[in-house]
Unconditional design. Structure first.
Length: 202
């Protein structure tokens, strides 16, 4: 019973953190908060989920790292001050993309930093290109042994069960699972929220 109570408190804490952008971004319409009606959710926690999510699309979890040497060097410089700083700088360079973070980032593997940073870039690009979003919100939470990134927008949304998933989302899902992480998608007519969570490892 005590463990269940702790789990519920953790979930409430994460939910309240996600909604805190209303306080931090008072001038931004809160349309990115998904409507409680008509939400389509998809949870990707193992290889079988990846296959079902991608509908047989060939994906490769190495896509995050298999880059030319000059790009890897550039990424290493970008991430030298940590994932949170790199993601913030990326968001600050774009219009209508808003960033917030919570917790302290431990020293994590370079591989995981690359996975999460590239995931943010891919998800933000998707929101701009396909969702017709007016505002995009990016959040990084680092605490309790895990680090997660969430990208949510006020675009048109999609149904993961019926829409053909592109290689970008498929690759993110595969990379998360390959590194003992998980991916969650919540979508409605008011926007999409995608979260990737991975255990912090030195």
């Amino acid at each position: 019973m005590k463990r269940e109570s702790l789990d519920n408190n953790t979930e409430k804490k994460r939910f309240s953190v996600r909604l805190s952008k209303n306080e931090l971004l008072k001038d931004v319409p809160p349309a990115a908060i998904l409507s409680l009606n008509g939400i389509s959710s998809y949870y990707i926690e193992n290889e079988a989920d990846v296959v079902r999510f991608t509908k047989g699309l060939e994906v490769n979890d190495a896509w995050m790292e298999d880059q030319p040497d000059d790009e890897n060097t550039s990424l290493n410089i970008l991430l030298s001050d940590g994932l949170i700083v790199a993601v913030k700088n990326y968001c600050d360079s774009l219009s209508n993309v808003y960033f917030e973070s919570f917790g302290i980032e431990n020293e994590i593997e370079k591989k995981l930093k690359i996975i999460l940073y590239r995931s943010v870039c891919e998800l933000v690009n998707n929101a701009m290109k396909y969702a017709c979003a007016s505002n995009i919100f990016v959040q990084v939470i680092a605490e309790d042994g895990f680090i997660s990134v969430t990208v949510y927008d006020d675009g048109k949304g999609f149904d993961p069960e019926t829409v053909t998933i592109g290689t970008g989302l498929g690759n993110i899902a595969q990379a998360a699972i390959a590194n003992k992480g998980k991916m969650k998608i919540h979508s409605s007519s008011k926007g999409v929220e995608i979260n990737i969570e991975i255990e912090q490892r030195i």
